[in-house]
Write a protein that binds this ligand. Structure first.
Ligand code: HDE
Length: 704
């Protein structure tokens, strides 16, 4: 028999000033004698049998009288909501933003007024092109969307990990997205830009060239969400209490530095662990190593904007930090995973138009278009106008309005007043507008005829593409060339490949030649005719390179340690201690998941069986086989891949002498390079970890 009892686990969410019940039934639960809560229908009716539907006789037809069965299947049938049109695959976390110092001189935004104040945030990272079930290591732009629950309303900074975009006008967004998505007749390829439609569109869209340099660079293959930058992309405005305005660009910088993987590694990670990025975020937050970013601002006035070579309203341009430093103004810390992925990460509704007083838009035509789009998309995905009532979307500050009813309205305004003006007085008459506290739009002048026209100032499509390219290290430049060759080799139409090389000739001759050679083109096409002659005098900006800005340490990275029976127990202990002292983590890989019996006779369980823990999942590897253990490894193809991939992906490799037999078997050079660090009991295991701080040993013959 079920009995009623007071729940201790019932959780409360808040909406506005009110508490709303959520979880399983609010205040009271029914509890079974054995301590479990009793299963009920959605309407609270206790269920006696959840294993069998109601039938007329054990072998007879199912009865429509079985309301529990009907409700359960009905609800299951409706579990899906439309995935996001773009950025469908994403992963989110909660945290806070801490303001370093008051920015009241430049903005009245409440979040920037008080030093040390913490504001709750929810962040969602995403890929753009793939569907919800696609893999994490697609070559793609990453979304970096932050919802700040400020005291004056939600501020959504819906950015990417790349500071520029493909197009200059929002009207082209459906085209660029259609082109990158699976081709509509074939329905493939999934989560890949390497196909004709994408490159056809891009090769006909010169304004995309700067962005193309970025998406073909290592930026599009981040090792982890924790190691990537974020950008607001557009120029925004800051407005202070006196109504004075400046322009601003927003940049997120990861405290652990930037890091990417190489393409061959990405391809293999997608097979070994399609959830590589989400698992990384989940594990790191659960282990208490909270990832952090600094919010940095590039603030400038109209005079700077006028003096800058490019139009600051053009979202295909950036302002190099060498010209205008980005000042850190606060930090973002992610310290809590959602309790439920669907309720929070899937239902979170970011909207660029959510800006609190003190933060405003510029006339960037891409941003202006986005401000239309995001409200529409929420209506479609979340099914009605009350999506702001979902706890993940509701502001955490007081709010009061007269909007009511509609689908799923569970928090209508209370009392008699649902309009204004009314004469019911402040106690029952509801809220009123306030010129003092309310959002006052910066009164920017606007004039001119109604036209469909791209401004002349948006017509330089190549200069910054070139600047980005020459700012990269040689290794990174080679990756861009390789990526273009790979992608264009997937295009079946030679004319598309040629059109792309014609654009590259306006970016960098060597790059164009490399790509043409890689595609097996017999001769170079003529350069594309530019709308405006590209500049070749823009200096390199080192801050645009990942490799020229190495991380401060190996902290936050992960070592894969391969052990066998007989692995030296002391060496393993020393190595683990050195890795942990660096703030890094490790996982153990063995021929079986049961682990290995170490030299001192202890049984050491493994995290992975060798074929489930390939070296692509780690930033560096250590192979610690014993003399007898190596004989078994030599027979295992995954062990051979472990070593040869680690080498091919430029990883630092710690090893005991027996491992050299494996290196020889897979054809690694006899003369091991400096990326190999011999370790043995009694020697300094820390030496290996120190070497790992450089992240990759790029100086290998096939030369990155
Ligand atoms: Fe988005 N974008 N976008 N976008 N975008 C969406 O909104 C759109 C653009 C970005 O984690 C959609 O809720 C238009 C630039 C992120 O939930 C949609 C244009 C940048 C996310 C939409 C752009 C972004 C979105 C799809 C051209 C970088 C994921 C689902 C004018 C600054 C947010 C949704 C999340 C999502 C429209 C261009 C970033 C359809 C029309 C530029 C990070 O409304």
């Amino acid at each position: 028999m079920a009995r009623r009892s007071k729940s201790t686990s019932g959780q409360q969410a808040t909406y506005g000033d009110q508490e709303i019940p959520c979880g399983h039934g609010g205040e009271t639960h029914q509890t079974a004698e054995d301590g479990y809560v009793v299963l009920t229908t959605q309407h609270g009716i206790p269920v006696a049998d959840d294993q069998n539907s109601l039938k007329q006789g054990a072998r007879g037809p199912t009865l429509i009288e079985d309301a529990h069965f009907r409700e359960k299947i009905f609800h299951f049938d409706h579990e899906r909501i439309p995935e996001r049109v773009v950025h469908a695959r994403g992963y989110g976390a909660h945290g806070f933003f801490e303001t370093y110092k008051s920015l009241s001189k430049i903005t009245r935004a409440d979040i920037f007024q008080r030093e040390g104040e913490q504001t709750p945030v929810f962040v969602r990272f995403s890929t753009v092109a793939g569907s919800k079930g696609s893999f994490d290591l697609a070559r793609d732009v990453r979304g970096f969307a932050v919802k700040f629950y400020t005291q004056e309303g939600n501020w959504d900074l819906v950015g990417n990990n790349i500071p520029v975009f493909f197009i200059q006008d929002a009207i082209k967004f459906p085209d660029v997205i259609h082109s990158v998505k699976p081709e509509p007749d074939k329905a493939f390829p999934q989560a890949q830009s390497a196909h004709d439609n994408f490159w056809d569109f891009i090769s006909l869209t010169p304004e995309a060239m700067h962005m193309i340099m970025w998406v073909m660079s290592d930026r599009a293959l981040p090792r982890s969400f924790r190691f990537m930058q974020g950008f607001g992309v557009h120029t925004f405005r800051l407005v202070n209490a006196k109504g004075e305005s400046n322009f601003v660009k927003f940049i997120w910088k990861p405290k652990l530095g930037m890091q990417s993987v190489v393409w061959n590694e990405a391809v293999k990670i997608n097979g070994a662990d399609p959830d590589f990025h989400r698992r990384d975020l989940w594990n790191t937050i659960q282990s208490g190593n909270y990832p952090e970013w600094e919010l940095c601002l590039q603030v400038f006035d109209q005079a700077f904007a006028d003096s800058f070579d490019f139009d600051v309203l053009d979202p295909t341009k950036l302002i190099p930090e060498e010209l205008l430093p980005a000042e850190p103004v606060g930090r973002l810390v992610l310290n809590r995973m959602p309790e439920n992925f669907f309720a929070e990460t899937e239902q979170v509704a970011f909207m660029t138009q959510n800006v609190p007083p003190g933060i405003e838009f510029s006339n960037d035509p891409l941003l202006q278009g986005r401000n239309f789009s995001y409200l529409d998309t929420q209506l479609k995905r979340l099914g009605g106008p009350n999506f702001a009532q979902l706890p993940i979307n509701a502001p955490k500050c007081p709010f009061h309005h007269f909007q009511q009813d509609g689908h799923m309205a569970f928090q209508n305004p209370r009392g008699r007043a649902n309009y204004e003006p009314n004469s019911w007085g402040p106690d029952v008459g509801g809220p009123r507008e306030s010129t003092e506290h309310g959002f006052q739009t910066f009164p920017q002048e606007a004039e001119g005829p109604k036209v469909r026209q791209r401004p002349e100032s948006f017509s330089d499509h190549y200069s910054q593409a070139r600047q980005f390219f020459i700012s990269q290290s040689l290794v990174e430049q080679r990756h861009i060339g390789d990526a273009l060759v790979f992608e264009l080799s997937k295009c079946e139409f030679p004319a598309i490949r040629e059109r792309m090389v014609a654009h590259l000739l306006n970016v960098d001759n060597d790059l164009a030649q490399t790509v043409a050679d890689g595609l097996g083109m017999k001769s170079l096409p003529a350069a594309a005719t530019p709308a405006q002659e590209p500049r070749t005098d823009l200096p390199p900006s080192d801050l645009l390179s990942i490799l020229k800005n190495p991380p401060p340490s190996f902290a936050g990275r992960k070592v894969g340690v391969l052990i066998t029976d007989g692995t030296d127990a002391q060496l393993l202990a020393d190595l683990q201690a050195a890795i942990e002292a660096e703030g890094a983590t490790f996982e153990l890989i063995a021929p079986t998941i049961g682990g290995a019996t170490l030299s001192d006779g202890t049984l050491q369980p493994a995290h992975h069986k060798i074929d489930g823990g390939p070296s692509v999942l780690f930033d560096a590897v250590a192979l610690l086989p014993s003399d007898e253990g190596i004989l078994g490894l030599l027979k295992l193809p995954p062990a051979r891949d472990f070593a040869s991939d680690a080498y091919a992906h430029y990883k630092f490799i710690g090893f005991t002498e027996p491992a050299m037999k494996l290196f020889a078997k897979v054809g690694l050079p006899d003369d091991l390079d400096d990326g190999f660090i011999a370790v043995a009991a009694g020697t300094d295991a820390g030496r290996f970890v120190e070497a790992c701080r450089a992240l990759r040993f790029w100086d290998r013959p096939d030369g990155a």
